[in-house]
Design a protein around this ligand. Structure first.
Ligand SMILES: Cc1cc2nc3c(=O)[nH]c(=O)nc-3n(C[C@H](O)[C@H](O)[C@H](O)COP(=O)(O)OP(=O)(O)OC[C@H]3O[C@@H](n4cnc5c(N)ncnc54)[C@H](O)[C@@H]3O)c2cc1C
Length: 384
């Protein structure tokens, strides 16, 4: 077998799975390595807001429609708690059928796994990549599986490990000193397919319409998130009501509350030859505005497309990997800057900032072209 034609994807999360599918559809020989046991990703508590652009990519991969059907977001209501200014972005503003769709991480993963089971991708679960290295000829991945170790070889290794322990590039990190508390909740008032992003002085609070209720993503100082997680349901709902306001009536909690620590992580191009980073392995963002997976999916889609377009060229060769890194730079930088600026601008309790933010939101509310610009960039990325 010629290892040049083989591609190994490390990490079978949503980005790695999408890449494996995209490469398979373009005729590449792919092995997907996933550390978790079969079905292990389905317990992940995250709920993802997929942009309309992500839906189009999933359609091309044959992973859409999802079951159960995701909840469409037709309107996003952005406001700040202690200040004026509010803006509503609508699907009509952006000329799309929906701004996005809310889906459980586990349901998305199930759909990707089902599509993979009909592909030629070789899937190894319970298989952890321990180290990756490469040279001009080939790359090697040392793996551990069922207590044994071995080395697999390929022409290209794509790392989609979610930013795990493999150190393959220089990484810039900033600890936001915040955590996201996530859980499913219900409210007295129905969601009517609206999402809310409310900036509070502790951090952004997002309510995403999810089936008959809401997915809550509430970011705040890490210690406060731990304290809120430990509260009984009535006390927790009272705190949520106080932070969000009365617009949706009272809240009730459905299911467990999970807490995720938040950091910005930006990786440079991989130093190991024949190795490329995508998804959270390349950049881990704050969940404000729900951009992380959407950006990672665009990484996966563009890498598979570039490999197909450059046809006979060595997929792990430095020319192709440099071209990929350069091609992704604009979308990645703009999306990182967008989410990070929202946190810097809206999470700081500086008295003069509140009116400035209010003016910004009010201006956005009054200018349809500006609303369309923001909505389309959130949906399609920087090239939207
Ligand atoms: C609270 C919260 C809310 C979010 N909301 C949104 C949202 O609304 N919209 C959005 O677009 N994004 C959102 N995100 C971001 C989104 O979850 C991530 O961007 C996305 O999951 C990244 O996918 P990934 O496949 O790159 O990494 P992951 O989802 O982390 O998957 C990585 C996979 O690699 C496997 N793995 C790790 N190490 C190894 C190894 N050494 N060997 C083999 N396998 C390995 C893991 O088991 C896992 O299955 C949110 C994030 C958080 C924390």
């Amino acid at each position: 077998m010629n290892v040049h034609n083989e591609i190994i994807v490390v990490g079978g999360g949503p980005v790695g799975s999408a890449l494996a599918l995209g490469l398979d559809r373009r005729g590449c020989a792919v092995t997907l390595l996933e550390a978790r046991a079969k079905g292990g990703a389905e317990a992940d508590a995250r709920t993802l807001a997929l942009s309309y652009g992500s839906r189009l990519i999933l359609e091309r991969l044959g992973v859409w429609p999802l079951s159960p059907p995701p909840t469409p977001i037709l309107e996003i209501n952005v406001s700040q708690r202690a200040g004026f200014g509010r803006v509503e972005l609508s699907a009509a503003d952006a000329a799309v059928p929906a701004l996005g769709y809310v889906v459980e991480y586990g349901a998305l993963q199930r759909a990707l796994t089902a599509a993979l089971s009909h592909s030629r991708v070789r899937i190894e679960t319970g298989c952890t990549a321990l180290a990756v290295n490469g040279d001009a000829q080939q790359a090697g991945v040392e793996v551990e599986q069922a207590g044994g170790r071995r080395v697999l070889h390929a022409g290209l290794v794509a790392i989609a490990d979610g930013g795990g322990g493999l150190e393959l590039a220089q990484v810039k990190t900033r600890d936001y000193q915040q955590s996201a508390l996530v859980c499913d909740i219900a409210s007295e008032q129905p969601h009517r397919n609206r999402a809310f992003e409310r900036f509070t002085d502790e951090g952004p609070l997002a309510l995403l319409p999810n089936a008959a209720g809401w997915a809550l993503v509430w970011t705040m100082h890490a210690q406060r998130a731990d304290a809120l997680q430990a509260l009984d349901e009535a006390a927790f709902c009272a705190q949520l009501h106080q932070a969000f306001g009365p617009a949706l009536g009272t809240f009730t909690v459905r299911g467990r509350r999970s807490v995720f620590p938040l950091r910005l992580k930006i990786a440079a191009q991989a130093v190991a030859p024949r190795c490329v980073l995508i998804g959270n392995a390349a950049q881990t963002l704050h969940p404000v505005a729900g951009q992380g997976f959407n950006l990672g999916l665009r990484d996966a889609f563009e890498l598979a497309r570039l490999i197909a377009v450059r046809g006979a060229e060595d997929a792990g060769g430095s020319a192709l990997l440099k071209a990929f890194f350069a091609q992704r730079r604009f979308d990645r930088t703009a999306t990182i800057l967008f989410t990070d600026s929202l946190i810097q601008l809206f999470s700081k309790d500086i008295p003069l900032l509140a009116p400035v933010r209010g003016l910004g939101l009010a201006a956005l509310a009054m200018i349809p072209a500006a609303r369309k610009f923001v909505a389309r960039r959130m949906i399609f990325g920087a090239r939207g």
